[in-house]
Each structure stands twice: as C-alpha cells, then as structure tokens.
Design a protein around this ligand. Structure first.
Ligand SMILES: C[S@@+](CC[C@H](N)C(=O)[O-])C[C@H]1O[C@@H](n2cnc3c(N)ncnc32)[C@H](O)[C@@H]1O
Length: 294
C-alpha cells in the first residue's frame, strides 16, 4: 500500500515538474514574441486632423512606446506632452519630404531639381537614422496628420522600409472632421452618390485625373491642399464652374476638428469669391463642392 502511494506521489511530482516546464517554456516563447514585436519596429501613425482630442488610443500607445519620432516641427504644438523627453527628428523647414521619391535627378530641371536635391538629402538623413534605430532593436514612429494614407507626406516610408514591414495606424482624416463640421451626409447628394477626394493639378506632378475631368461627373468633390504653391481659389472656381451649375454650393472648412478654431465658409460657385480672401485661409483648409450642401 505504502509502496503504491509513494509511486503515485512520485508520478504526480514528475507530472507537475513537466507541467511547470511546459508552462515556463510557453511563457518564454510568448515573452520572446512580445519582446520581438516591440523590437525594431516601424510605425506610420495617423494622429488625426490636429486637435489632440482626435488622436486614437492606439496611436497614443504607439507614440508612448516609440524610441524615435519622425514628424513635422509643427506637430510638437498639439502633442508636446506625448513627445516630451522623446528623441524627435523632423525634415528641415520648407522641404517637401515626399518630393521626387523613387525618381532620379535627371527627371527634374531648374527649381524643381533644387527642390528634389533638398528632399533627397533630407530623406537620406532620416533613412540613415531610422535604420540605425531599428538595427538597435528600437521602435520608430512616423507621425502623419489625419489618416497617413490620404495625401500623406510619409507614404514613401512603406516602400523604403518594405522589408521591415512598417505597421500603419489609421487616423481620423481631416475629411472626416470636415464632414462633421458641415453636418451634411456627404454621400447624399441630390443627383449623385459619390465623393471624389482630390487635389489641384500641380505642374510637374500632372496625373490623368485632372480637376476638369473629375468635375464633369458633378459628384461631390473634396479638394485637399487647395492653396498649395501658386494655386488659387479663383482658378479652382473657374474650372469647377465649367461643369457644375453656377448655383452649386461650395464650402471651405478650415481647421476641421479643432474645438476652438474650426471655421466654415459657405457660398455658391457664383458668389464664393466675393466671400473670401483665400490668401488669409490656412493650409489646413478643405474645399467641398456638391449639391449635398443644399
Ligand atoms: C498633406 S495633406 C494631409 C491630409 C491628411 N493626411 C488627412 O487625412 O487629413 C494636407 C491637407 O489636408 C487638409 N487638412 C489637414 N488638416 C486639416 C484640418 N484640420 N482642417 C481642414 N483641412 C485639413 C488641407 O487641405 C491640407 O492642405
């Protein structure tokens, strides 16, 4: 009897040891995976339209865990607390960090070539620092306003660091915030059901989907960066008026999503120019045109 009890106790003991060993090995693997997942990562993070209240919890967590932040200088304003004590790098002022990515110097001339060279130089510096950080097993977060994949200046990062498989954290676009400011169903036009997101046709960056072609559909159109470079509201209104009826409503939404400074100017294609001086409008402005505004 005693002999049997001893064998049973020994058997249970061996089982327990094996069970603990199994649990320990699993924990070790799980630990390795989670620590691996924190190592050498690159994130492209959407931080929302600018008001710190409109950043997501996921984006905040990624920023908190990042060792190196890459963003525009202006972003420190709204996110100074999140960025406090972090190593932050940013492109020099006036450099379009995305400009000419994947192209060669021979693709540009004159001023465009200068701009390309400055962008290339700034990109090369950032790329070197990012590789260094990731090789050290650390985390890099590129911060992008709105949603990073809608006219985002850091989209090229996804190609550049393809092997590291950057993770994209979606953000609330200024488009979403401006829709809310307009308080209209943006997909509920009187005669159309579609929304076109676009931007001005810039010389040297021409694409086939010009404003003129798009306007011919008379769908709701949302124009990002309406006043980038030499583009002017007067020119935009002229192009739109060639296709939309002249009484079609148009709205300009500035600082969408900002609790204190959000502003909306509404009019029609026939009178909007008399209502605004576009030079006084900030870069953070979206132009909407379409009968959903009625
Ligand atoms: C480079 S694009 C970036 C867009 C951004 N990824 C997004 O999803 O909102 C910059 C343009 O977005 C628009 N924009 C960004 N923030 C804005 C805001 N808070 N209010 C209105 N427009 C904004 C403006 O048209 C601005 O010129």
């Amino acid at each position: 009897m005693i002999f049997r009890r001893r064998r049973l106790a020994k058997f249970i003991g061996v089982c327990l040891v094996l069970l603990f060993a199994l649990i320990a090995s699993r924990n070790l693997v799980a630990g390795d995976v989670s620590s691996d997942s924190k190592r050498g990562r690159i994130y492209l993070v959407g931080v929302g339209p600018g008001d710190p209240e409109l950043i997501t919890i996921r984006a905040m967590n990624v920023i908190r865990g990042a060792d190196l932040i890459v963003c525009w200088e202006g972003m420190r304003e709204g996110f100074d607390r999140e960025l406090e004590g972090k190593k932050v790098i940013q492109p020099p002022k006036g450099v379009w960090i995305w400009f000419g990515y994947g192209k060669k110097a021979s693709d540009f001339k004159g001023k465009e070539l200068d701009k390309f060279r400055r962008s290339e130089k700034a990109r090369a510096q950032i790329i070197t620092q990012v590789y260094r950080t990731v090789t050290d097993g650390k985390t890099v977060a590129f911060l992008s306003h709105g949603d990073p994949l809608i006219y985002g200046p850091w989209v090229w990062v996804l190609k550049e660091f393809k092997e590291i498989k950057p993770i994209v954290i979606p953000g609330l676009s200024s488009f979403n915030a401006a829709n809310a400011a307009l308080r209209r169903g943006v997909t509920s036009g009187k005669g159309t059901k579609s929304v076109i997101l676009t931007m001005p046709d810039l010389p040297g960056l021409a694409k086939t989907d010009t404003i003129d072609k798009l306007a011919s559909h008379r769908a709701t159109m949302v124009i990002f960066m309406p006043f980038v470079r030499h583009t002017k509201l007067v020119d935009l209104v002229q192009r739109l008026s060639a296709h939309y009826p002249i009484e079609t409503p148009i709205a300009l939404v500035s600082y969408a999503g900002f609790k204190k400074k959000e502003a909306v100017i509404k009019g029609t294609l026939s009178n909007i120019l008399s209502k605004v001086d576009h030079q006084k409008l900030p870069f953070e402005t979206l132009v909407y045109v379409g009968d959903f505004l009625n």
